[in-house]
Design a protein around this ligand. Structure first.
Ligand SMILES: Nc1ncnc2c1ncn2[C@@H]1O[C@H](COP(=O)(O)OP(=O)(O)O)[C@@H](O)[C@H]1O
Ligand SMILES: [Mg+2]
Length: 228
């Protein structure tokens, strides 16, 4: 029997066009990829091979030029921005290399903000934000602003924020790329803990061989295609 696919991509293309209409960059050139529920995979390949483009499409931050992207049985290939935002909110937690926290807000407030957008009350949002900070091992930094935290601490806040809607899928585009190797390892421990303890599907782009080797599956890209 076929297992339960969380991602099913067939013949996915992404062509970037310039403002003058010239479409010259084929960032993805026919990607076929299946990821089962609960998998933990590293996405690797040389710079420019299409990793970020693929992550953005799988993470519903962008749409393919051609081809089919199915997430948990739902075809998202032709969705408009509102529909994509909804899938993203319900299913996907995204962690970026650059943390992308709001500078003027504390750790707690950064995590509470997306909940407030979803209509959660102020007190409930703060309570849950603090609970998520505990989960990533950062409860003693709850009132610190990003500039008052180390890179590793900021990334923990970003991970906590990605968990706000309890997504089935965690995606990271070089989440350890700005961190020293010891801190990067600690961040991967946090992400792996989520995979082990809650069965979340995890896909991480990384340049770091040691980090890639931790994942049971390696998805390798070359020139806009998945080669392995
Ligand atoms: N927004 C964009 N506009 C035009 N070209 C882009 C854009 N994003 C990426 N590209 C190009 O697409 C190719 C794949 O890029 P990317 O997906 O960022 O690769 P990777 O993450 O593996 O380094 C590269 O040639 C890159 O220059
Ligand atoms: Mg990239």
């Amino acid at each position: 029997m076929k297992k339960d696919a969380i991602f099913d991509l067939s013949n996915v293309w992404k062509v970037y066009c310039k403002k003058n209409g010239a479409c010259e960059t084929q960032a993805l050139r026919g990607v076929d990829l299946r990821v089962e529920r609960g998998e933990y995979a590293a996405l690797v390949g040389p710079s420019g091979s299409g990793k970020s483009t693929l992550m953005h499409i799988m993470g519903c931050l962008d749409t393919p030029t051609k081809g089919k992207v199915v997430i948990e049985g739902k075809d998202v290939s032709d969705m408009d921005d509102n529909e994509l935002a909804r899938v993203r909110r319900e299913k996907i937690g995204f962690v970026f290399q650059a943390y992308n926290l709001i500078p003027g807000l504390t750790a707690t407030e950064n995590i509470a903000l997306p909940m407030r957008f979803n209509g959660v009350g102020r007190a409930d949002a703060r309570r849950r934000a603090k609970e998520l900070l505990r989960k990533v091992g950062l409860d003693e930094r709850e009132d610190h602003k990003p500039s008052e935290m180390s890179g590793g601490e900021q990334q923990r806040v970003a991970i906590a924020r990605s968990l706000v809607n309890d997504p089935d899928i965690i995606m990271g585009d070089e989440p350890t790329g700005n961190l020293d190797s010891k801190t990067g390892k600690e961040i991967m421990d946090v992400i792996e803990g989520l995979h082990k303890n809650t069965g979340k599907t995890v896909i991480i782009v990384t340049h770091d061989r040691r980090i890639a080797k931790r994942a049971p599956r390696e998805i390798r890209m070359l020139d806009g295609k998945v080669v392995k």
